[in-house]
Design a protein around this ligand. Sequence first.
Ligand SMILES: Nc1ncnc2c1ncn2[C@@H]1O[C@H](COP(=O)(O)OP(=O)(O)OP(=O)(O)O)[C@@H](O)[C@H]1O
Ligand SMILES: [Mg+2]
Length: 362
Amino acid sequence: MIAIAARCQEYWKKSIDVQLELPADEKLKKLFRNSNWAYFIDPRSHAESRYRGVEQVPMLRFSDAKEQQIAVDRILDVLLAALSDFSRADLTAIEWALNEVADNVNNHAQSTMGGFLQVTNFRNSKAVEFAVCDVGIGIPSSLRPTTKDNKRDHEWLDRAIREGVTRDSKVGQGNGLYGTWRITQKSQGQFHIMSGRGSLVSSQSSGLHVSETQVPFSGTLVIARIGYRAPIALSDALTFRGRQHEPTGYLDVKYEPDTQGNINFNLSIESSGFGSRAAGEPIRRKLSNLARLSSAGRVVVDLAGIPLVSSSYADEVFGKLFVELGPISFAKNFELRNVDPLVRDLIDRAIYQRMSGGPQSA
Ligand SMILES: Nc1ncnc2c1ncn2[C@@H]1O[C@H](COP(=O)(O)OP(=O)(O)OP(=O)(O)O)[C@@H](O)[C@H]1O
Ligand SMILES: [Mg+2]
């Protein structure tokens, strides 16, 4: 669908109107709206998605490196609040691969529309899947001028994912697609590219297959599914020319520990509200993940500027976290700073009530 929606955007740009008739099925209709497909296919009739849940990051567009960074940061922010039981390396792997595939759009695609990006979180199978699509020249056309060999489109796709294959060694090193493919392999994931008349599919169970398609795809679609059931051996996946690459990323930059190893977490910036369980749930997961992933020090939750929280929010975040970890681990992992006396009272009460198996609903 992301590819169809991207194509429709191109039509709109060429002043060709597109009209979307939503599916009759209510669930599908909701999916079309939430995922932003409806908006990108027919922006005249459909507003942008307001979905803020944890099942997906709705389709979005980026047209340069800055917009790419904003998009990737937003995705990582959602994933940190959505996933549980993943390792730091898993998140770094997702960030690295996402950036590489999106960067290719900016560097090689010559797309008039920039690129489109969408992320789906498969919670039950513990995998994150991203799709990046552009309506540019395609991988075969980009690589064809590099040699006199007369290769078919699908053969070019097979070349593109090999280590060191690049259209121009002054621009790139040919690591992006190779590393992304390796990450999907090492994490029991899947990798899929469509470009020109080529299709490439790779998974651990069925191996690597390339084939020629009947209908050409003008542009490039890359879909990478990265599993996080077991911690990924990132240094193994990202070994280039025999040297291990160690990327730093979102977690290191946004939650950089201070000199004592503490991470600052500004609740008034992080939380979308303070009145509901729905606002509290992603915050609790994020706090729990940060505490688990940070090797030393505590997570310092700064409540400055928050005059009031609802009891359900206090319970959803602090009550549940306190019971989940137990008093000693909670005190070891978290410090609350700049707490208004009223808010302190509400948090205390939420914790006492939850400890005594009080009346809160789950
Ligand atoms: N979206 C795209 N549109 C057109 N061509 C692409 C696209 N993505 C990749 N390619 C082609 O595939 C080649 C290999 O891509 P890859 O990301 O592996 O290496 P690179 O971008 O050249 O170098 P690096 O990723 O190390 O900076 C590119 O050089 C380019 O020719
Ligand atoms: Mg690249």
